[in-house]
Design a protein around this ligand. Structure first.
Ligand SMILES: *Cc1c(COP(=O)(O)O)cnc(C)c1O
Length: 372
């Protein structure tokens, strides 16, 4: 068996290569690289895909989160609730606008924000909650929407890992007043560089965000607000329009691969729980293992590449020292960061490779007496 990478975009890229090449040449010939027709078209398509009225393309996922917070007027002195177990960008975005992230531990089964704990953390300063559909598994949106409504706080989704996922048939990225996403190459919908977007149903926020991403300017050389430069360029927008045509099919393929893993992996191996309301998109497929580091070394010796998401939780990162958190503050998050291992799942991964990987994992658990 040849070496199995953790992720490879080779197969996906081969499918769209000709179309992408022609599209890039077309953009070059158009002589228009920033804020043009391709972006406008992709924004319309992605809004439709997300079941929202509007979409604003921006430079990356972190900016999508940051600009969302700015557009909602969140600033110093405000508090924003977020899950403790997430990619650091969710937390950095809150810090960068000067607000204080208030972290809430996650549910040990779904790995998403623990809804039963959220209200304990809401104060008079709480302005918003950012939820993350971790690894492509939607949060419990009924509960979250009702908590946000009851406490009069704004709901923002970080949909960077869940393009196309649904909760009770509704697309993630359509629940929040603003919904941020990333098109980093390895995301389920990724471009050929950095990219991001915000989806919304609010015309006012849509217009505000169009200014914020472009020097605060709706009309060239007229700046109404203090904006930044964070735009999704024409080449990336064109590529994303091409890839968007494949995303539903690719998400289905990911679901099939995940089901195959689930049918092969010993049922005693703990995996992320998916509620029956959810249609997840398996941005990542993770397993829990008490001997995670040993398992990773073992799989590597068998030619299987894996990754850890995430080895150091945000509250224990140096960058977040000022938040005053310490080890032990979020026991579930800390347990997950010590025990989760992400195994290969990408378009082009072969079914015999999935069999081989699952088999090696089962062998490791048995050999090490990890079934209790
Ligand atoms: C990737 C990711 C981001 C950041 O996106 P970038 O485009 O890399 O800035 C934010 N949140 C989550 C949950 C992510 O997975």
């Amino acid at each position: 068996m040849k070496k199995i990478p953790f992720v490879s975009l080779e197969h996906q890229n081969a499918i769209i290569k000709k179309e992408v090449e022609a599209d890039i040449l077309n953009t070059i010939a158009s002589n228009h690289f920033i804020l043009g027709n391709k972006l406008e078209q992709f924004e319309k398509e992605y809004a439709t895909f997300s079941n929202t009225a509007f979409c604003v393309g921006v430079g990356n996922g972190l900016d999508a989160l940051k600009l969302s917070l700015i557009a909602l007027g969140i600033k110093e002195g405000d508090e924003v609730i977020a899950p403790a177990h997430t990619f650091i960008a969710t937390i950095l975005a809150i810090m960068e606008v000067g607000a204080k992230p208030i972290l809430v531990d996650v549910n040990p089964d779904t790995y998403n924000i623990d809804c039963l704990q959220i209200e304990n953390f809401i104060s008079a300063k709480t302005k918003a909650i950012i939820v993350v559909h971790l690894y492509g598994n939607p949060c419990d949106m009924d509960l979250i929407e009702s908590i946000a409504r009851k406490n009069n706080i704004l709901l923002i989704e970080d949909n960077a890992q869940a393009h196309g996922a649904t909760y009770k048939g509704r697309k993630t990225g359509s629940f929040g007043i603003l919904n941020a996403t990333s098109f980093y190459p390895a995301k389920n919908l990724g471009c050929f560089g950095d990219g991001g977007a915000i989806t919304t149903n609010s015309n006012t926020l849509y217009e505000e965000l169009q200014k914020l991403r472009n020097y605060g300017s709706a009309k060239k050389y007229f700046s109404d607000v203090s904006g930044c430069n964070s735009r999704l360029d024409e080449i990336q927008a064109g590529i994303l329009s091409i890839k968007l045509q494949h995303i539903e099919k690719w998400n289905d393929e990911r679901r099939k691969m995940a089901s195959y893993y689930l049918s092969l992996l010993d049922p005693r191996i703990k995996k992320q729980r998916i509620s029956s309301f959810n249609s997840p998109v398996y941005h990542l497929f993770t397993i829990e293992c008490k001997e995670r580091d040993k398992l990773q070394t073992f799989l590597s010796s068998k030619g299987i590449d894996t990754q850890i998401h995430y080895p150091i939780p945000p509250h224990l990162q140096k960058a977040c020292l000022s938040l005053g958190y310490k080890e032990g503050d979020f026991p579930v998050t800390e347990m997950l960061s010590n025990s989760l291992l992400s195994i290969p799942l990408f378009i082009g991964l072969q079914y015999n490779e999935i069999e081989y990987i699952a088999n090696q994992i089962n062998v490791f658990y048995k050999k090490n007496d990890l079934f209790i």
